[in-house]
Write a protein that binds this ligand. Structure first.
Ligand code: PRX
Length: 644
């Protein structure tokens, strides 16, 4: 980490960034008026009575206001010249493509909303989406929002088990899927996964199947319908349901420190206002912006930065269905060239992967349309940052390294080319956005000294904040608002340098970041012990030069199960099946015991030291109840095992 700013040509005209400082100070001094003005940039059916109501953790935004997210994202533009503007350039993996204007989007959203309504969906009902990256996915999300039916999108790489757990908890009435999905030239059998999951989801009355491939699928009479058949009876217009600002727009599951993923609930008003504002500040959105976010819509990045923020601005989007390097390693650069993308947003893992492929790929294409580059999801190492800056941005484009979380709803700390540029430092997310009172604190809640590691916290509510954890408000309070009273705890470690720049170091809890995807150690452990041959398991994230972290498992086999290569492969396959391919462990070590505290808590810190070959640290600082001798013994044993 360097606290020196590099000589990048983005010095603010007003340095030391007067405009940013002014807006930021005002946003905190006069927070409610600040957000009141931002909220007025959107279309509301009824104005709010109060900008902010209630104390955190249960703060509520724009209370009394009524709006509809689909109205903001489609109707609003359809009433203007933008009806003929491209809303979405879609590129399929096999090379097929489709272009939708805002009027196409308006028409399709209405018809899809009518399909859902004809299947009985009403305000408040939950709808599950398990779809690949095809236009039907954002359109169905907008259709749900139109009816006031919170959607829950489940990443199409998740297994039947993961899908069933999420659908069961939300009690979704309708599930939408496709008859298959393209991935690296193969066809994935999504509908089969759905059929398996639905054996235990009694709430699902209807399944809508989008035809994406030629795959034949089973159709259960009276439950499964092809979308094209349902569209025959669809009305061309469905009135957007005015919903309260605090009405949930969606539930999105994410991993935490227990085995059970958390259903993060976002509001409609606060979420849309926040994302509308930050999208402008971060990506300097203009009428001619062509914006491409490479995330899957199944993650929060896709929810906010493919669907709701760009469409609320009437921006032109690029959506790509397939893998980044398929069929050739220059596929992404070809797409940027083809659609003249101006703002490009991706993950550090993808950048590191392309860095390994070399400069040839990007050189083959004209990337001169690019104006802003972004990254998200995990810390970016300065080397990858500089590679991205030089080889993709051709040393012309600022990089917005954006820090945020599923829970925060939108970007919280990032450079802001759309507001005021500050000098960039590769690897730093720079400064908090207006309205975001972020700080790095010590265990006692006091701010750290410059350069000292601490916890990243947010001191005040913001409109994009999650409302609760679905069906578990107590867990919501405990997880985010109890470590430091009245402060939102992000679970990230961070540093503020001498100049006040924020540097995010990674998670302070037992959550792993695998290629930017969030997976809980406990979730992976419970998947491992669900195998009949595993008695106990401990999971750690081992640093990896491309993926940021890889999954490493230390497992105790049951009697009659011999450690072997075959068993390793079997266990990997088992975990893929339980969670999905993103959870495939890279390393599995069989051991006879695991280091624990006396109270039975596995000491993953010790395992991490073993796996990375780093110093195990001072064992005498362990919790009182911990048996130091026991840990040392286990450590020696593990070291031997890890070496063998
Ligand atoms: O650890 C931080 C990391 O991603 C976590 C949030 O993960 P998720 O909810 O899946 O959302 C990811 C996309 C918004 C954070 O707690 N993270 C996110 N962005 C960055 C980051 N770490 C470092 N730098 C970032 N820019």
């Amino acid at each position: 980490m360097s606290s020196e700013s590099t000589s990048l040509p983005f010095e603010s005209k007003y340095w030391p960034s007067k405009r940013y400082s002014d807006v930021y100070s005002r946003s905190l001094e006069d927070m409610e008026n600040f957000w009141d003005e931002e909220a007025r940039k959107l279309e509301w059916f009824r104005c709010w009575d109060k900008v902010l109501d209630g104390e955190p953790p249960f703060s509520r935004w724009f209370v009394g206001g009524q709006l509809n997210a689909s109205y903001q994202c489609v109707d609003f533009h359809d009433k203007t010249w933008r009806r003929n503007k491209v809303a979405l350039y879609w590129e399929g993996e096999p090379g097929d493509s489709n272009t939708l204007s805002y009027s196409d989007l308006y028409r399709e959203t209405n018809k899809f909303a009518s399909v859902l309504r004809n299947l009985g969906i009403r305000k408040g009902d939950r709808v599950a989406l398990y779809l690949p990256m095809i236009p039907e996915l954002p359109i169905f999300m907008l259709a749900c929002a139109r009816l006031g039916a919170p959607h829950t999108v489940i990443f199409s790489g998740f297994s039947a088990r993961a899908l069933a757990d999420r659908v069961k908890e939300t009690e979704a009435k309708v599930l939408i899927t496709s008859n298959g999905a393209f991935r690296r030239g193969k066809v994935l059998r999504l509908k089969d996964t759905v059929d398996e999951a639905l054996t235990e989801c009694p709430s699902v009355e209807s399944v809508i199947v989008v035809k994406r491939t030629d795959l034949e699928v089973n159709c259960k009479e009276g439950r499964d319908y092809w979308l094209k058949d349902l569209l025959k009876d669809a009305e061309p217009y469905v009135k957007p349901e005015p919903v309260e600002s605090t009405h949930p727009i969606y539930i999105l599951y994410t991993s935490g420190t227990t085995g059970k993923p958390k259903g993060i609930v976002h509001s409609t008003g606060g979420y849309i206002v926040y994302n509308h504002s930050v999208f402008k500040w971060v990506f300097d959105i203009r009428e001619d912006t062509v914006y491409w976010c490479t995330a899957d819509v199944g993650w929060v990045t896709g929810h906010s930065n493919i669907v709701y923020a760009p469409l609320s601005h009437g921006a032109t989007l690029v959506v790509y269905e397939g893998a980044p390097d398929y069929p050739s390693i220059d596929r992404w650069w070809q797409i940027i060239d083809k659609f003249r993308v101006t703002a490009f947003y991706t993950s550090p893992t993808a950048i590191r992967m392309f860095m390994r492929y070399g400069e040839e790929g990007p050189k083959r294409h004209d990337l001169s349309s690019l104006k802003i580059l972004g990254t998200v999801g995990e810390p970016i190492n300065p080397e990858a940052w500089i590679w991205y800056y030089k080889n993709i941005g051709k040393s012309r484009c600022p990089i917005v390294d954006t820090w945020w979380q599923t829970e925060t709803g939108g970007i919280m700390i990032s450079p802001l080319p759309g507001l005021d540029m500050v000098p960039l430092k590769p690897g730093s997310v720079t400064f908090p956005l207006p309205g975001i009172d972020a700080e790095v604190v010590k265990d006692n809640g006091e701010p750290t000294s410059p350069g000292e590691r601490g916890y990243l916290i947010i001191r005040r509510p913001w409109p994009g904040m999650l409302m609760t954890i679905y069906k578990d408000p107590e867990r919501y309070k405990q997880t985010y608002w109890s470590k430091f009273p009245s402060m939102y705890f992000t679970s990230d470690y961070a540093i503020k340098d001498q100049e006040g720049y924020f540097w995010i170091l990674g998670r302070a809890d037992e959550v792993l970041k695998i290629a930017g995807h969030r997976l809980g150690a406990a979730e992976l452990e419970s998947a491992a012990v669900a195998h009949p041959g595993i008695a106990e398991a401990a999971v750690i994230g081992k640093p990896d030069p491309i993926k940021g972290e890889i999954i490493t498992i230390f497992a105790i086999p049951r009697q009659n199960y011999e450690p072997s290569e075959k068993f390793v492969e079997e266990l990997k396959e088992h975990i893929r099946k339980v969670i999905g391919p993103i959870a495939t462990p890279e390393e599995i070590y069989f051991v006879t015991s695991l280091p624990k505290t006396r109270s039975g808590k596995i000491m993953r810190r010790v395992l991490k030291a073993v796996a990375t070959g780093s110093s195990i640290g001072d064992l005498s600082t362990l919790e009182d109840e911990a048996s130091v001798e026991e840990v040392k013994r286990a450590y020696e044993e593990l070291k031997k095992m890890a070496k063998s």
